[in-house]
Design a protein around this ligand. Structure first.
Ligand SMILES: *Cc1c(COP(=O)(O)O)cnc(C)c1O
Length: 438
């Protein structure tokens, strides 16, 4: 196992990483950016090791993907065995058990005890696209409602569903039609209760779209790229009730918030919300590319045979990895671990917030926590401070990520395999970064 220490032996990035960065500049499209250009050679627990031998603490999990850690034992064991057996047949040509096993697990783990079925895909965006296809086929309606600050992916339909122009949409239109945006519950900025924010959103949906035209409402129960916005209590249940009463499919995009991240299997579980369809990806397969749509059997079966699929969707290696990741989550009580991580990180963030009035809010759940930075005493986003703190953390060997419509939110997504000692050390560095940039 990778040595669990933070240790810097060169500047960040070091000479070998800089050399490879030069090659990246020659051969990789500039549109593919990097947050912290150290080239990784090994990772595990809570540490990334780069080509220069630097050991960095990982507070990002490759954007909420390596929830069980990098190269988690059950993932490695399952994938290695699968690799020896076969790598691909295409499930739509000659099927294999791993795909069905993952679908069965998804039926058990996703919210609600109704009959559920799944279809597997390669990426989150592909899952979201397919959830919309299924909702349209099942309802015979076209319109899709999404929310302010939403992030649903980078394909044409999901770009239309994503809120933020730069960098996700800029110059890439025209976008898919029949996508409408409603106001999100954002307690820091709107001061509304969940019921009030839901009434505001439903009024927009009702007046600007109309339930009789609306196939589905797609929402991240805790927003990811949009700033880890946690809707006020009652917002999601009210929206779910309205969808139920109006023959509108409720799709929970749990691609970032799902699979143990929040201390529940899904963020929807926190308020007992039962979505009709759930999209998953990121944390589902310990780093291998896998995504799914899981939902009410009668909705999932509304699509004609051959209407769902893809060459690689539910690839055997990815399915083996997902079964390994779920095994790790279940046998090591990673739900409980996510709650422990929350307690530790919240304690550290509360101290930072007390010392630095630039921290306007601490929010999130489990190992999905964030702080939003605003000029003290205002709600004016302070992206410059977020950037300065990031640079300090990165140079000090702590991998941190920002997010949010204004780029002023720090999000913390440590792998659940990280030790308390490394977490404490990482937040020593974050605290130092706030002090140094005050
Ligand atoms: C990352 C993400 C997506 C897109 O997933 P990809 O695998 O990058 O296509 C969609 N929705 C949410 C909430 C995400 O966080």
């Amino acid at each position: 196992m990778t040595q669990q220490v933070r240790r810097l032996v060169t500047d960040i990035p070091g000479p070998r990483s800089l050399e490879m960065l030069d090659r990246k500049k020659s051969y990789v499209a500039d549109g593919v950016g990097t947050t912290l250009p150290v080239f990784v050679v090994e990772a595990g627990g809570g540490v990334l090791v780069d080509a220069d031998g630097n050991h960095l603490i990982d507070l990002g999990s490759g954007i909420a993907v390596t929830t069980v850690g990098n190269s988690a034992p059950a993932v490695v064991r399952n994938v290695a065995a699968q690799l020896e057996a076969f790598t691909h047949t295409c499930f739509m040509v000659t099927p294999y058990a791993g795909y069905v096993d993952v679908a069965e697990k998804l039926a058990q783990l996703t919210p609600g005890d109704h009959a559920k079925k799944s279809a597997l895909f390669n990426s989150g965006a592909e899952a979201v696209e397919n959830a919309v296809k299924i909702a349209r086929a099942a309802t015979g309606k076209d319109a899709v409602v999404v929310f302010d600050h939403a992030y649903h992916g980078r394909t044409n339909l999901t770009m239309a569903m994503t809120a933020k122009n730069m960098p996700y949409k800029h110059g890439f239109g025209p976008f898919a039609g029949e996508v409408y945006r409603a106001p999100m519950s954002y307690p820091l900025r709107d001061g509304l209760s969940g019921a009030e924010a839901a009434a505001r959103a439903i009024d927009v949906i009702d007046k600007q779209v109309g339930a009789t035209n609306l196939a589905c409402v797609v929402i991240e129960p805790i927003q990811g790229e949009g700033g880890f916005v946690v809707p006020a209590d009652g917002f999601l249940p009210a929206l779910a009730a309205w969808c139920r009463d109006n023959d509108v499919v409720l799709v929970a995009d749990e691609i970032q918030s799902g699979f143990c991240r929040t201390g529940d299997w899904f963020a929807s579980d926190h308020e007992g919300v039962v979505p009709d369809l759930v999209t998953t990806a990121k944390g589902i397969a310990g780093g291998l590319p896998l995504a799914a749509v899981t939902g009410r059997a009668e909705l999932m079966d509304a699509v004609h045979v051959g209407g769902l699929g893809g060459t690689y969707g539910g690839n055997p290696l990815a399915c083996a990895a997902a079964l390994g990741a779920i095994e790790e989550m279940e046998t090591h009580d990673l739900l409980g671990r996510a709650r422990e991580v929350e307690a530790l990180v919240r304690r550290r963030l509360e101290k930072i917030a007390a010392d630095h009035p630039v921290v306007a809010e601490i929010r999130g759940r489990g190992a999905m926590l964030a702080i939003e930075l605003c000029r003290p005493g205002t709600l004016e986003p302070d992206a410059a401070r977020a950037a300065a703190v990031s640079v300090y953390c990165h140079r000090s060997g702590v991998v941190t990520l920002t997010c949010g419509t204004w780029g002023n939110v720090f999000r913390f997504l440590p792998p659940l395999s990280i030790s308390d000692e490394l977490l404490e050390e990482a937040f020593d560095v974050v605290a130092e970064a706030f002090a140094a940039t005050a």
